[in-house]
Design a protein around this ligand. Structure first.
Ligand code: SF4
Ligand code: SF4
Length: 328
């Protein structure tokens, strides 16, 4: 099914919201799901854009609040208090934005494709959600957009760890020919092959599944499943049966993600904003627009193909990769 994706600048964003019937959000408590940036990262979605979205939701009669989850690693967003302090530092306060800022670390068990994902309470309990995603590169999934905003950002620490750990490679020596392909493709030098020796350093591995895809002899398998498949399933767990409007910001497009204090350099010029009601269509349109300017830039720079999350998203009916881009 072909989905509509609007492409616009900031001045006409409100028109796109109206075309997707934002007025239907009237009377609803609406989480605005976003990443408020890791300490030291300057590229995350800015409070000015977030305030604009919150104001539009209020004009439509909704009751919005900013929402994100705590992270599994020990950084500045590991606990609710730490995250709220960092959000304040980055300009996300009730005074600046005009709504509450809520950080969650509890979840509700949700089944997708036979796997369980712990979806954040505030997403699970909402009927209407607004997804505000900064599109940028990512060291494990090639790119982060709407799918990743929910797939990793909408679930509890427990599920985040399961997704990361689930895609570590499992090696079968009997099937290995020591061809060295896995060592060549690994973006993090986690594998070395020499003669008839195959060595793996788990501390260097980010579970990106690239070696598993590349092995010509099926000597490598994911512990559980491909990272990008799990991201798509996890995103579906967060948004299935909900009304969700997606805004992707294609600005400050960096090599790495907003979780990374050293996410630079910027690898593509600013493009603009996309709006859709389909997470797969909006991420595919984002990727196509970026590829039109810098062909396969995420794949080249991060050595991981971001198309996998889009293909998996379509396979599990998270959304459609077929879209019509309409410029406003
Ligand atoms: S790519 Fe597969 S067969 Fe080749 S060395 Fe790696 S694990 Fe062994
Ligand atoms: S999963 Fe990715 S990071 Fe880990 S060994 Fe394979 S290619 Fe390297």
């Amino acid at each position: 099914m072909t989905k509509v994706v609007f492409f616009t600048d900031i001045k006409k964003l409100h028109k796109a919201f109206a075309l997707f019937s934002l007025q239907n959000y009237a009377g609803k408590k609406v989480p605005v799901k976003l990443h408020m940036g890791e300490k030291g990262n300057p590229y995350f979605v800015k409070p000015e854009l977030v305030k604009y979205v919150v104001d539009e939701l209020k004009k439509a009669g909704a009751n919005p609040f900013l929402f994100d989850t705590t992270v599994a690693y020990h950084g500045s967003r590991h606990t609710k208090t730490e995250y709220l302090n960092l959000a304040k530092l980055h300009g996300f306060t009730n005074k600046n934005i005009g709504c509450d800022i809520v950080i969650d670390d509890s979840g509700v068990s949700t089944l997708v494709e036979g796997r369980t994902f712990m979806v954040a309470d505030h997403l699970k309990n909402s009927t209407h959600i607004f997804a505000l995603s900064h599109v940028k590169g990512h060291i494990q999934s090639g790119m982060g957009g709407a799918i990743k905003n929910f797939g990793m950002g909408g679930v509890t620490k427990e599920t985040k760890i399961k997704i990361h750990d689930g895609s570590y490679p499992v090696y079968q020596k009997d099937a290995c020919t020591f061809c060295g392909v896995c060592a060549e493709v690994c973006p993090f030098q986690a594998i070395t092959v020499s003669g008839e020796s195959w060595e793996y350093t788990e501390q260097k591995c980010f579970g990106c599944s690239t070696c598993v895809d590349a092995c010509p002899f099926e000597a490598l398998q994911n512990q559980n499943a491909d990272l990008q498949f799990l991201l798509a399933c996890s995103a579906k767990a967060c948004i299935q049966d909900k009304n969700v409007l997606y805004l992707n910001e294609l600005k400050r497009i960096t090599k790495g993600c907003d979780c990374d204090p050293n996410a630079g350099p910027i690898i593509c010029p600013d493009i603009g904003y996309l709006i859709s009601d389909d997470p797969v269509a909006i991420d595919k349109a984002s990727l196509d627009l970026i590829n039109n300017i810098k062909e396969n830039v995420f794949k080249k720079i991060n050595k991981i193909d971001p198309m996998k999350q889009i293909k998996y998203g379509e396979e599990i009916e998270l959304g459609s990769s077929s879209y019509q881009l309409i410029t406003l």
